[in-house]
Design a protein around this ligand. Structure first.
Ligand code: ADP
Length: 535
């Protein structure tokens, strides 16, 4: 397998892939298009998506900016609030996009002032819309302090965060959109807890080391290396350590994880219908969640290309496995020999272009996808043969480097043909699709409930599975999340009771459907849809 890293892509990705036996794409020395995974820190060009070959994967979907840019996220969440009600979409602090929303902000700002003396002060946080890592952020109480010279969002500041030994923290939750069509979301069991490195106080609003939890800021703070009460040195915990902490505090953490789970789903539902179909792409997103003193989780922002640098041992523990599991989630098994096989057969055969053939065929019959994987329509030996010699003028002018016809000579990787994995019959069957677009049972398969530490969180029951098929039915999906939350509210069972029920079921009849094994949250195999089973 061959990976291609764009300049500035994380070193960790290279390290993990090399350890797994992948080879790195060698630019000019290697045939264009002769790679399986292309990883970029920034977005791909339209043509990169349009010219993907069946064995290739990209690490970004197009158009996720709708949730990864602060102003777009605020706008989209506001729209969803308008459609589905603010009770459901109440997980993000009220935000205003300035300068456009200035009058609206003014009205909101004036409310607590009008509510007269005695009402608690209201704080606001100002963030440049297109910056990250805490750059340009400040907190204010008095509007006269609000000075800006670029587009910003002003958001209600959650001034009563949950603290650990007086330190503020937030959670970095990793989620992967394996596909938008059908919508398929996985959440990662492990994650990071990111601490501020000075004690929280509302009397020091200007102290970024007390109010912002960004690692990029806190690692430069004077107390970063100091062994801080309970938090320890540095500014990070693993999510497991945090869960352990909650457990020791006697907290029933299930509702918290379930709420975070819903936040991720509801946020992704804001852009899912508009996201273009982009088979063979995955998107790893970082959701920043702040928990307040009442144990309510708030969405602060969604990070495109969440940081994969290793600043400390905690990073290494979490992120290395994360990338490994992400590669597994991309599931190269059905196509792992295809690239090399095409290469192998490119000698001596009739000139043609595989991509052109695939495009012609998909024009004849839609090329359905299996969980976001670009399928190979009826690839036969003849098709492989047809990739072998280029026809003058057939090369796509948009991205000639992806044109198989331009390949010449021997494969640059895995050059020993005896090493080439064969596409054996079972795999072939999975790749083959009937021309009329109907799917075999294999192709209709539901996504695996768990891949490493990635847990499938959407679809999460039969109704959402159905809603995610064909045209995404957002209304039904939202209603199912709403039901889940309602049931969660009325859920009286304690964690130990749920664990007991789970054990009973695991030992039980084995009649459970795939959904009965879903749970994202604590490492123990508890169930996301526990309440369905309790009915
Ligand atoms: P950036 O992209 O620059 O990291 P964030 O929105 O993540 O911007 O904000 C940076 C940090 O500021 C967060 O990690 C959090 O500690 C703090 N923060 C952001 N928004 C709020 C808020 N509404 N209430 C409380 N703290 C916040």
């Amino acid at each position: 397998m061959v990976f291609r890293l764009h300049e500035g892509a994380p070193e960790l990705v290279r390290e993990v892939l090399l350890e797994r036996g992948w080879e790195e794409f060698r630019g000019r020395e290697q045939k264009a298009g002769d790679w399986n995974l292309y990883w970029r820190g920034s977005a791909f060009r339209k043509s990169d998506h349009a010219n993907l070959l069946p064995w290739q994967r990209l690490n970004h979907h197009p158009k996720t900016v709708g949730i990864t840019r602060k102003d777009c996220l605020a706008r989209n969440l506001r729209r969803m609030k308008g459609t589905f009600g603010s009770a459901l979409y109440d997980f993000s602090p009220t935000a205003f996009i300035l300068p456009n929303d200035y009058t609206r902000f003014l009205a909101e700002y004036a409310k607590p002032q009008r509510a007269r003396v005695g009402s608690p002060p209201c704080y606001w946080i100002c963030k440049p819309v297109d910056l990250s890592r805490g750059r340009g952020i400040f907190i204010f109480e008095d509007i006269r302090e609000l000075v800006y010279n670029s587009p910003i969002i002003v958001q209600r500041y959650i001034s009563d965060p949950m603290l650990i030994s007086g330190y503020k923290f937030d959670l970095r939750i990793y989620a992967c959109v394996q596909s938008f069509h059908p919508l398929t979301i996985y959440m990662y069991q492990e994650g990071l807890v990111r601490f501020a490195t000075e004690k929280y106080s509302l009397s020091t609003l200007g102290n970024i080391y007390a109010h912002l939890t960004n690692t990029s800021i806190n690692k430069c703070g004077p107390f970063y290396s100091v062994d801080k009460e309970r938090v320890g040195p540095g500014c990070k915990w693993t999510m497991s350590k945090f869960r352990h902490f909650l457990h020791n505090q006697g907290v029933n953490e299930l509702p918290l994880w379930q709420k975070i789970n819903n936040i991720v789903t509801l946020t992704l539902l804001t852009i899912a219908p508009m996201a273009p179909s982009s088979p063979n792409c995955v998107e790893l997103l970082g959701f920043d969640i702040l928990i307040d003193s009442k144990f309510k989780p708030w969405l602060l922002e969604v990070n495109y290309s969440p940081a994969l640098t290793l600043d400390c041992p905690v990073d290494a523990r979490v992120k290395k496995e994360l990338i490994g599991d992400l590669i597994d989630l991309m599931d190269y098994r059905p196509i792992d020999g295809l690239r090399e096989r095409v290469h192998q057969r490119q000698r001596n055969k009739r000139p043609c272009c595989l991509k052109a053939r695939l495009q012609t065929r998909s024009a004849q019959a839609p090329c359905p996808t299996v969980s976001g994987v670009l399928s190979v329509p009826e690839l036969t030996d003849c098709d492989y043969a047809e990739t072998e010699t280029p026809v003058e003028g057939e090369v796509s002018s948009e991205t000639p480097e992806l044109h198989l016809g331009s390949w010449k000579g021997t494969p640059a990787t895995g050059a020993d043909p005896s090493r080439l994995p064969d596409i054996h019959s079972r795999r072939r069957r999975l790749l083959e699709l009937p021309r009329d677009g109907t799917r075999t049972r294999d192709q209709e398969r539901t996504p695996p409930p768990r891949v490493g530490n990635f847990i499938l969180t959407f679809p999460f029951n039969e109704a959402t599975l159905k809603a995610s098929r064909n045209q995404l039915d957002v209304k039904t999906a939202v209603q199912e999340v709403q039901k889940l939350m309602g049931q969660l509210g009325s859920l009286g069972a304690s964690q130990s009771e749920m664990e007991r029920r789970q054990r009973r079921r695991v030992e039980g009849s084995g009649n459970e459907t795939i959904f009965e094994t879903f749970f994202w949250g604590p490492k123990e195999l508890l169930l996301l849809n526990e309440r369905f089973l309790m009915e």
